[in-house]
Every structure is written in C-alpha cells, then in structure tokens.
Write a protein of this length. Structure first.
Length: 219
C-alpha cells in the first residue's frame, strides 16, 4: 500500500529532479575538466561514493514517483531500504562538510553541483525519511545488512587504485599514505557508517514509540 499525499509526492518529484540534475551535471563537469582519457574519466566518475549514492537516491525517488507498484518500487518502499539510503546520504553530507569541503574551492556550476550532491540532496532525503518513511519494523540487525555497500565500495576503490593509481578521496590514497594508514582510515569510515546506522535505528524506534503513544492517547 502506497501513500500518495501531496507532500510526499512533492518530495519524490523534487528529489528526482534535483537528483538527476546533480548527477548529470557532475558527469558533464568531470568530462569537460578531464585530465585523463574519456573511458578512464567515466570510470573515475563512478569511483566516487558521493556519485554512486546520489544515483541510488535518484533511482529511489524516481521509482517511488513513477512506478511505485513495480518490483523496484516495492524494494525502495521498504523502511529498511529507505533508512539505509538515508544513512548513506547522511555519511556523504557529514564526511564532505567536515573533512573535504575545505580542501578545494569550487566555483560557478561546480559549486552548485557540489552543494546539490553534498548538502541539498542529503537534507532532502533526510527530511523525506523523517516525515514519510514508516519506522515500524526497523531492527538492530538491519545495521549489519547496510554495511556491505560501503565495504564493497572501499574494496573496489583500493583494488582499482592499486592498478590505476587513482584514489577518489585523500584518506583512501594508498599511494601517498601507505596501505596501513589507509586501512586504518577505512576502518574508521566503516565504524562511522555503523554508528550512524545504529543512531537511525534508535531514532526510528523512538519515533515509532512516540507515534504509538499519540495514537493510543487519541483512542
């Protein structure tokens, strides 16, 4: 059963539009400003966790908006899946704004794209989760189900970097920092994912208890 309130539909439409805008603009900009061949640049584009996760957000919003009764719509409707995407997007926003924002100063279209990818879209999805995602059924064990995505991503960029020499983020640059340092950094990142996942399950359970108390009081 899908709820088609106007507010929810607005979030889905805005999220789809801004999501596609951000990932397409970033693809255009990375091609225009490329320092490597086109095939290598495209691989680099898909090597950024920010890009992959914003694509995930965009697919989620688009499926729920355009075809919620499809198999993909059903998958993205699950509270555990929506909470996982929220966790990933929050990590994108937190890591960028606390660790990476001060490493460069994008201008013009790149600044707009960066703000969409790292601020607007994470806040939009977080707001959607708070207001429209059911918190019933969230379990502590879900936090372990959400870890393979960042773990596989880390393995991928380290494996690819070993052959290409390209590492998308400074804390993953094994060529510069060495593998021991990078592995420590990656372990810290996984712990951040796990902690934020636990936090969202806690918040979800707390909100669900509050909702049930309100419903009980109104009966």
């Amino acid at each position: 059963m899908h709820v088609h309130g106007k507010g929810r539909q607005f979030f889905l439409a805005a999220g789809s539009l801004l999501g596609w805008l951000a990932v397409i603009l970033q693809f255009y900009l990375i091609l225009v400003n490329r320092t490597a061949s086109v095939p290598e640049t495209i691989l680099r584009y898909f090597s950024f966790f920010t890009v992959l996760t914003n694509i995930l957000l965009t697919l989620c919003f688009s499926c729920l908006l355009l075809n919620p009764d499809s198999a993909w719509g059903g998958f993205f409707s699950k509270p555990s899946v929506l909470t996982a995407v929220t966790v990933y997007m929050c990590v994108v926003g937190i890591v960028y704004n606390l660790m990476l924002r001060f490493l460069w100063s994008p201008k013009g279209l790149q600044w707009i794209t960066d703000e969409l990818l790292h601020v607007v879209n994470p806040l939009l999805f977080l707001s959607f989760w708070i207001m429209y995602v059911s918190k019933a059924g969230l379990k502590w064990k879900h936090t372990f189900y959400w870890l393979p995505y960042p773990v596989i991503y880390i393995v991928f960029i380290l494996f690819r970097g070993a052959f290409s020499g390209f590492y998308p983020y400074p804390f993953s640059d094994a060529g510069h920092l060495g593998y021991a340092h990078v592995l420590r950094n990656c372990t810290k990142m996984i712990l951040i994912f796990f902690f934020i996942s636990l936090l969202f399950v806690f918040i979800g359970k707390s909100l669900e208890k509050s909702r049930k108390r309100v419903v009980a009081a109104g009966e």
